[in-house]
Design a protein around this ligand. Structure first.
Ligand code: ACO
Length: 331
């Protein structure tokens, strides 16, 4: 039998740098009251959200993704031609084909990179991180640029009382590369397609064309809330177990920013010590789907609330239903 060579790589990988981009339009809760019967007080109490950012006319998923990626590349100190793969996680890019990642790679001056999009909604960053880590450790890519870019405002139904206030736009990006010590713990991930109807695109392409309507995001908020505070809490605990650490060893907690009350429930379940820094970017940015975790990571590091080298638990969950999380060392 022919002996084929297998690729081999470094023992460990880590996140070398993070960058993010927020669009310029600030949308306070009051703005939405022209479309839905609600109040600033209700939205704040039920979700924590005070405002979110939406794209202006000169901004789109490409500009946000490029800005976040440029910032991550610059901070990593590596040259663009040392990146072998570009992964974009998104559910809001207009084109099912071609993927946006190849265009981003070309625009960023990354020659001949493997480039593709993935769709894992609000778990998309952790799904992509698991892939990036495996690509580096298997030697199939020296460095991976992982971007999570979303313009959910464009698929938000402003007249839907259950979702209009939840979503924002933005992008986050990381460079994953080789490391002397482990910087990315084992991923805990999975899916439950029987709950595909819990968060869904309200129309498939055929229906949208037939009806001449634009697809929007629909959600059974109560079902997702129940799943997130039950099953996802257990998955978050499993991330710690798989990484071989206890809650006491954690410095930072960055859950997907879906609802402050979901975050509070996860905190109680995990019994995290009071000194653990907890991401609460939902208050100013809303839910940016795949982008919430890298955007929150960048915000905490930039503000100094979190520090490079600290241990953080990240976990994302959303449409699919899908979830994924891991323990990481902050860049
Ligand atoms: N303004 C004011 N009142 C409202 C509104 C509103 N916008 N919407 C509902 N209400 C009322 C309801 O009529 C109801 O009133 P009643 O008690 O008199 O019947 C009451 O508020 C409670 O309604 P619920 O639907 O039970 O509201 P809930 O507390 O569940 O909050 C929310 C809704 C915020 C959407 C919550 O369910 C949630 O956060 N769910 C999870 C969302 C999530 O995690 N999404 C994840 C991923 S998204 C992705 O993957 C892209």
């Amino acid at each position: 039998m022919t002996n084929l060579k297998a690729s081999t790589g470094p023992q460990f990988a880590r996140i070398m740098a993070v960058g993010s981009a927020t669009p310029s339009r600030v949308i306070p809760n009051e703005f939405l009251l022209q479309y839905i019967d609600s109040s600033d007080e209700w939205i704040t109490q039920r979700t924590g959200i005070k405002e979110r950012r939406w794209i202006a006319e000169d901004e789109n998923i490409t500009t946000l993704s490029l800005d976040a990626a440029r910032s991550a590349i610059e901070r990593s100190g590596i040259a663009a031609d040392q990146i072998d793969a570009v992964i974009l996680s998104t559910i809001s890019h207009y084109h099912q084909t071609p993927a946006l990642a190849p265009q981003l790679a070309t625009e960023l001056g990354i020659p001949d990179a493997a480039a593709y999009d993935i769709s894992a909604a609000c778990a998309g960053f952790s799904y992509g991180l698991a892939q990036a880590e495996s690509l580096v450790r298997s030697g199939q890519a020296r460095h991976v640029l992982l971007i999570a870019g979303e313009t959910i405002s464009e698929i938000t139904d402003l007249t839907d009382r259950g979702t209009a206030f939840l979503f924002g736009d933005g992008a986050g990006a990381v460079i994953v590369g080789p490391s002397e010590t482990n910087g990315i713990g084992p991923v805990v991930w999975g899916s439950d397609g029987s709950q595909a109807g819990a968060i869904w695109q309200t129309r498939g392409w055929q229906e949208a064309v037939a009806e001449g309507t634009w697809p929007k995001l629909g959600m059974d908020g109560r079902a997702v809330f129940k799943w997130a505070t039950g099953f996802i809490a257990q998955a978050a605990k499993k991330c710690l177990d798989e990484a071989g650490i206890t809650a006491d060893e954690l410095d930072v907690f960055i859950p997907h920013q879906a609802n402050d009350r979901i975050t509070d429930t996860l905190l109680r379940y995990l019994k995290l010590p009071e000194n653990v820094v907890v991401a609460r970017t939902i208050r100013q940015l809303g839910n940016n789907s795949a982008a919430t975790i890298p955007m929150a990571m960048d915000a905490l590091l930039t503000s100094g609330e979190a520090k490079s080298g600290q241990t953080a638990l990240i976990i994302g969950f959303g449409a699919g239903l899908v979830y994924a999380g891991q323990v990481i060392i902050l860049p």
